[in-house]
Design a binder for this molecule. Structure first.
Ligand code: NAP
Length: 285
């Protein structure tokens, strides 16, 4: 089994972006990302800090706006509208999840699509349906899956690909992006009858559910490529994915580790989207 090393591949992406940022700065363009963080949920704080570190590595400018957990939908929208108009800002990201009183669809909808570096607006998600050519600001985790497969020269065309999980931010857009690359895609979810009968057929199995050990070795085809997107914390405080890593890795040809797989790839793709947005907003692409 070969590990698909997200840490290594993401570093390469960040270093290449660093060079692009230097070139943009010569043109007086300073790519800038602004993150809105509500509350102090430890997982959200940790994700935000990883994004900030990636900004430091690439030279992308960073700003963070913190809110208490009693923030309203209107307050967030007001800030987003201000950032939409600010020409020094190229990427706006609202760290999810948000407290119950906030209506998330309205918050996401308020983001100017050209600055939607998380790729969550209906505009950017809708463009995914057209073709790879229109994947302008794709959601970062699905884009990370595509990039890691490309890095390891794992072709998707004609393959049986099974995606487990159909969320709007991971499973659904990932399924569409794989379809755009001519895979035969099956998307499974909580209502799928006999999950194993699908996963066992997969040449490439992508799992984004959030349940440790959901995928056991008997559910995986010999020689498959397994992309574990899940992030779960065990009672002992250890980070694990959705697959039984120890046993699945004896059967699969390639596996992404957790941590060190899709997490860093997601952050690298966020940086890539921010640089792309800065270029596009300055009419360089
Ligand atoms: P989500 O919105 O909770 O979606 C989970 C999906 O899994 C849903 O489609 C759900 O179906 C499905 N599901 C639940 N139980 C299932 C089961 N027993 N069998 C098959 N499908 C099942 O979560 P998400 O935002 O997509 O995230 C999924 C996981 O990926 C989480 O662990 C999250 O932390 C992780 N994640 C990682 C990254 C990264 O950077 N590596 C980024 C984003 C997310 P229903 O909707 O029908 O219930």
């Amino acid at each position: 089994m070969e590990l698909l090393d997200g840490r290594k591949v993401s570093k390469e992406i960040l270093l290449s972006l660093q060079k692009e940022v230097v070139e943009l700065e010569k043109k007086h363009i300073h790519p800038k990302l602004v993150v809105l963080l509500v509350g102090k949920d430890p997982a959200s704080v940790s994700y935000v800090s990883q994004k900030q570190k990636a900004c430091v590595t690439t030279g992308v400018q960073w700003d963070q706006v913190d809110y208490e957990t009693d923030v309203t939908t209107e307050q967030l929208i007001e800030k987003i509208q201000e950032l939409n108009k600010d020409e020094t800002v190229h990427g706006i990201l609202v760290q999810l999840p948000l407290p119950k009183q906030v209506y998330v669809p309205d918050v996401i909808r308020a983001i100017e699509p050209k600055k939607d570096v998380d790729g969550f607006t209906a505009y950017n998600l809708g463009k995914l349906f057209l073709s790879t050519e229109f994947e302008y600001l794709p959601p970062c985790t699905p884009e990370g899956v595509i990039k890691i497969l490309e890095h390891y020269k794992i072709t998707v065309e004609g393959k049986e690909v099974v995606v487990v999980g159909h969320s709007n931010i991971v499973g659904k857009p990932l399924s569409i992006m794989l379809l755009n690359r001519n895979a035969t895609v099956t998307t499974c979810h909580v209502f799928t009858k006999d999950l194993a009968s699908h996963t066992k057929r997969a040449d490439i199995l992508c799992v984004a559910v959030g349940k440790p050990n959901l995928i056991t070795a008997d559910m995986v085809k010999e020689g498959a490529v397994v992309i574990d997107i899940g992030i779960n914390r065990t009672k002992e405080g250890k980070l694990v994915g959705d697959i039984d890593f120890e046993n699945v890795s004896k059967k699969a040809a390639y596996v992404t580790p957790v941590p060190g797989g899709m997490g860093p790839m997601t952050v690298a793709c966020l940086m890539d989207n921010t640089v792309k947005a800065a270029k596009r907003l300055n009419k360089l692409t």
